[in-house]
Structures are given as structure tokens and as C-alpha cells.
Design a protein around this ligand. Sequence first.
Ligand SMILES: [Zn+2]
Ligand SMILES: [Zn+2]
Length: 259
Amino acid sequence: MRLTVLGSGTTVPDPDRGPCGLLLQVDGHAWLIDGGSGTVQRCARAGVDPRTLDGGVYSHHHPDHCADLVPLLFAMRVGPPQRSRPYPIWAGQGFAQYFERLRAAHGTWIDPGGGVPITELSLDEEASAALAPGVTLRTRPANHSASALHLRFEAHGRAVVFSGDTGPSDGLVQLARGADLLVCECAGPDDAPLEGHLTPSQVAAIAAAARPEELWLTHFYPMVDPQRAVATVAETGVPVRRARDLDSLELPRLTPTRS
Ligand SMILES: [Zn+2]
Ligand SMILES: [Zn+2]
């Protein structure tokens, strides 16, 4: 199981950090987790031809998390390799309606060859789905926009959790318990919190309660001091650092690598 950061930034343009995206790889399969602008290119940079992805999982459909869906599906129509299989998507309730609007605008340009089956997950309670045999997605509703989820991926007895965008959330604490890695947003500073997002102190509270093996902070807006944020969360004793684009963690743990 490998998790790679494709975008550690936000919607604010940054030369080194793209909007949100992650790449999950298990046993030769690969899934895109969120996908803001530029994630298609960074997926290729991470060594995976995005046209060969096995599917996508979305925490929510704010543009900084899903803007590359149209370019991704359009790219899948261009070979080689010629794609003729579906591109399944898992997301919160409401995503299918969102996708229907994209399809109304783009028609078959965004059909990868086998359609885009969408599995919607509950916005009210914990839900789960199998991405592939032995690869499980568990979700809980996040404290953000109406359709936002926390995402937990399990395979081979390992688990990685992605907060998505969220304010303080007991659901995230519950989902992150026992995780090998929590990738957690930290969008606002403690002295000027952003509604529907976390501050360093709030991330620290989640880390202290859930005790993941490791925590990577992501999604900092420019007013957050990254070093102070890392120091605040580090007080919990949970190993923490700021994620960078193309950071990658292999589980079981070898040495975290940076490309
Ligand atoms: Zn959002
Ligand atoms: Zn966001």
C-alpha cells in the first residue's frame, strides 16, 4: 500500500504546491483521491499514467478537490493505451448529480470508454465500499460543505485516512483511530479560523484523541505559519510534518521518500 501526495496546496496558486490530490496504490491498482487542477500531470510525475487509473474517490466537489476530473476523463479517450473500461467514482451523496451536469456540458468527451459508474456514500453516517477485493473505503461525514466526507483506506491490515476539508469533527477522530497515516487539512490559523476548516490547535486535538502513527499536515492557506502549525501538533507526541507534493509513504513502513 502506497500513498503519494499529488497536491498539498489549496486553491491559492503556489509554484510548488498544487490543489488537493492523493494517489493510492495497492497491489498494482491505483486510485486518485480528490483531484484539483494539475493532479493529472502530477500523477504522471509520480509514475502512474493517469489514463490507467482504476478509479477515483472524492471527499467533496469543491473545485480545488475535483477540477481535474474533466481533463482526466478526456485524456482517457486518447491512446495508446486505448482504454475501454469504466472509470468508477466513489463520493458523497450529490456527486452523481454534479457529474450529470458535467456530462450535460461535455457529453461523450468525458466518457473514458466504459462509462463512469458513481457510488454515492452516506452523508449522515459511516459507510463503506470495496474499491477492489481487499481494498476497503470507509467514510464518515465531514464538517464542511454539505457533501463532504472523511476517507479511510484499508488494505493488508494497514490504514491511511484523509480528512478532506473539515472543521472540528468527532467523525474524523473515530475514523483516524489506529491509522498508520492521517493526512489532515490545516487551512486556517488559530487566531483567524476559517469556517469549515481546521486550525493547528484543532488538528492537535484530533491527533491527541485519535493517535495516528503519523500525521501529515496539508491544505495550508497563506495566513497559516507552517512551522508554528507543525510545532503545535508535535506537542501531542504524534510524529507530524507538513506534506509536500510527491511525498510518498509505503506501508508497511519503509523510509518515507521524497521525489
Ligand atoms: Zn472544500
Ligand atoms: Zn479545499
